[in-house]
Design a protein around this ligand. Structure first.
Ligand SMILES: Nc1ncnc2c1ncn2[C@@H]1O[C@H](COP(=O)(O)OP(=O)(O)OP(=O)(O)O)[C@@H](O)[C@H]1O
Length: 264
């Protein structure tokens, strides 16, 4: 896969440093999220404090039910923690009104989901520019052209999602998530519905967004190979942070995920 040469467009984040990996753009302080009531109370997150640094690609891994999606939803402001705080770009999500939260989500966050979540009646181009169409920040045309070029979508812009392959649909979803230059892109198993080729492509594009554009990406994944392409893996277990790996390898991730006591 080849990519166009370096753009003259500055990094995405508004944070004080773009790619040094030093400034957290998203952080949680002791967040707990419970569902239901005694005796059926489920503690999905249990006092989780974690930081995601500007310009880095972080994956979140852990067994099924360990709280990965709940954490991502709390970071996205889609769910409010039962206690504790989530800060995005320095704003405590609990301190803003529902309307302000909606605006912050639209303007400062980008989402990529396993199920693509494209609007079927809109073309690829209309899907990519959706945030602007619903009142979000103006999308720079130069940036849009670059995204379309980098993602290889130039000849697909007038197509509707049903006319695109799964990999192409996910590339459109990534372009949509990046179009308004969000502070952070949150991706929930973005390769879960893709074959290995399309999956590799999607991960390469997310990686490129981090390396070339200084984008911050947080991705939930079950795939050790996908996680190995990120800068850092945060492990969850039983709703708690259970360590992390920097510059992970697939073998290192697999060993880390092996059940306790097994010879990994
Ligand atoms: N809306 C909800 N109502 C009740 N329980 C919930 C709800 N959402 C999540 N849970 C519970 O919280 C726990 C954590 O769920 P979560 O979906 O965050 O885990 P996960 O690590 O993403 O799992 P998976 O890998 O299977 O997607 C689970 O026990 C789940 O059943």
């Amino acid at each position: 896969m080849s990519f166009p040469s370096s753009p003259s467009i500055p990094p995405a984040s508004s944070g004080p440093s773009s790619s040094t990996g030093q400034s957290p753009v998203v952080r949680t302080v002791e967040i707990t999220r419970t569902f239901g009531h005694d005796p059926a109370l489920v503690t999905a997150l249990d006092r989780v404090s974690v930081e995601f640094e500007t310009g880095r690609f972080t994956s979140i891994m852990g067994p099924s039910g360990s709280g990965k999606s709940t954490l991502l939803h709390c970071l996205a402001g889609l769910e409010r923690p039962t206690s504790g705080s989530v800060f995005v770009d320095g704003t405590d999500l609990a301190s803003v009104s529902d309307a302000q939260l909606t605006t912050l989500r639209r303007d400062r966050l980008g989402f990529v989901f396993q199920a693509f979540n494209l609007i079927p009646t809109l073309t690829a181009e209309e899907n990519i520019t959706l945030s602007e169409r619903i009142g979000g920040p103006r999308i720079q045309r130069e940036w849009m052209s670059l995204l379309v070029q980098v993602l290889g979508l130039g000849d697909r812009l007038k197509h509707r999602p049903s006319e695109l392959s799964g990999g192409q649909q996910q590339r459109v979803a990534i372009a949509r998530a990046l179009a308004h230059r969000p502070a952070v892109v949150l991706a929930d198993e973005p390769t879960g519905n893709l074959d290995s080729h399309a999956s590799g492509e999607v991960l390469s594009f997310l990686r490129l967004a981090v390396e070339r554009f200084g984008q911050t990406v947080v991705m939930v994944t079950h795939d050790p190979v996908a996680a190995a392409g990120t800068d850092r893996v945060v492990f969850l277990r039983d709703g708690r942070v259970d360590g992390e790996l920097q510059d992970p390898s697939a073998d290192g991730v697999l060993a880390r995920l092996a059940p306790r006591g097994s010879a990994a």
